[in-house]
Design a protein around this ligand. Structure first.
Ligand code: ADP
Length: 369
């Protein structure tokens, strides 16, 4: 999704892809084949470009530190910042030290440590346990009532993160962009809704969040970007609690699912903004184009071929924007998203979900018709 904006900005972009069949490799003019955790492959790419950036956080920090040390390319965000999006324990530790609001948390090196944290928590006897690295879309997150519930994870992980089970009223996300020199810009704070740990719906701006609260939460995300020295897009995922307080759940230093609405709903979409920030170009306005925007994820269902449903959805609703990722469909896999912008959030949500059902479950619709 960075390719379109890169072409428009006249920025030549080379993709490192594991397989030529990957969607980014299919769309890019310049492709190198290699794994993101293969030092040689990443260094060879770095030697060819001015700036190295990412669309996930799984490139090992030592590879990036080597590239920075040897001056092969500017790494943006740099490994010293990125590590806080790669490792949830380091993130908790650093945000806590900086005084940013987080859930209560513990490190656990054994099931007994998890039990000790549970005993300390005392609340309904449940906690959330996470693998510090490599998790995504709820993989690596479990609600537990005993240390034995994550005994299997200790086979592969030296340490796990235990957190209080936050009784949040809803989840918010704050995105900001930051240039190497420190110029920053915040996007409107949005509400994100998850199903089984996977984001499926975003409403921008978050409903019933007054201007003062919008501002307060944007300022929190800007401070985190500044404190950690982030370059590019930063997403701060948050829990809002009954008292209107927010706690930081996690950080992503790249364009993020909760920012997809901005591709069609803001003056500058997050993918363009990320490129502008890492290429040290002036940032584009992050103001919304309409009073409200929605994004609904297309999570793989029964249907292999999404084209027919997408055509039908576009036919029925010309205001709809469809983004398909060109990935093979597996149940629950993110294979695309739709966005809509306008003035009535309830109408936008209803239309977006209607489109989602048409595209993903068109077989269903056909059977019911
Ligand atoms: P991932 O890296 O897989 O996105 P997250 O840490 O964002 O994992 O967790 C996924 C989802 O699990 C969150 O969006 C939230 O709904 C739920 N969750 C995570 N941590 C907590 C917590 N401490 N309390 C309550 N719910 C949580």
């Amino acid at each position: 999704m960075m390719l379109g904006p890169a072409i428009e900005l006249g920025l030549p972009l080379t993709v490192l892809a594991t397989d030529p069949a990957e969607s980014a490799a299919q769309g890019a003019a310049h492709v190198r084949i290699g794994r993101h955790d293969d030092e040689e492959a990443v260094r060879a790419l770095a030697a060819e470009v001015d700036v190295l950036t990412f669309d996930h956080e799984h490139v090992p920090p030592r590879i990036l530190e080597g590239i920075e040390r040897d001056g092969l390319a500017a790494v943006r965000p740099g490994p010293a910042a990125l590590v806080h999006a790669q490792d949830k324990v380091l993130m908790r530790e650093r945000l806590g030290a900086l005084g940013h609001p987080c859930p209560r948390w513990w490190r656990a090196a054994s099931a007994a440590d998890v039990d000790a944290a549970l005993a300390e928590l005392g609340t309904a006897g449940r906690a959330v346990v996470k693998t510090p690295r490599g998790g995504y879309d709820g993989h690596g997150v479990r609600v537990v009532s005993a240390g034995s519930d994550v005994a299997d994870w200790f086979e592969d992980h030296e340490e796990l993160l235990v957190e209080e089970l936050v009784p949040f009223t809803r989840e918010l996300s704050a995105q900001v962009a930051r240039r190497p020199g420190g110029e920053m810009l915040a996007f409107p704070v949005v509400r994100s809704t998850q199903k089984d740990g996977v984001c499926f719906e975003v409403l921008a701006p978050a409903p019933d969040l007054g201007p003062a609260d919008q501002e307060r939460i944007q300022q929190l995300a800007l401070r985190i970007a500044e404190d950690l020295g982030v370059t590019g897009m930063l997403a701060v995922e948050l829990f809002e609690t009954a008292g209107g307080e927010v706690l930081v759940n996690e950080l992503a230093m790249r364009p993020h699912n909760t920012g997809h609405w901005s591709m069609d709903g803001a003056v500058t979409g997050q993918f363009e903004q990320h490129l502008r920030a890492v290429a040290d170009l002036p940032l584009g306005a992050s103001a919304p184009r309409a009073p409200h925007a929605v994004m609904v994820n297309l999570l793989g269902g029964t249907r292999e071929d999404l084209a027919a449903g997408a055509r039908e959805a576009m036919e029925r609703d010309p205001g709809l924007k469809v983004h398909l990722y060109g990935k093979s469909v597996r149940p629950g896999r993110k294979v695309g998203h739709v966005t809509l912008a306008g003035s009535d959030p309830a109408d936008l949500l209803a239309r977006a979900h209607r489109a989602e059902r048409l595209i993903i479950d068109a077989v269903h619709e056909e059977q019911n018709a």
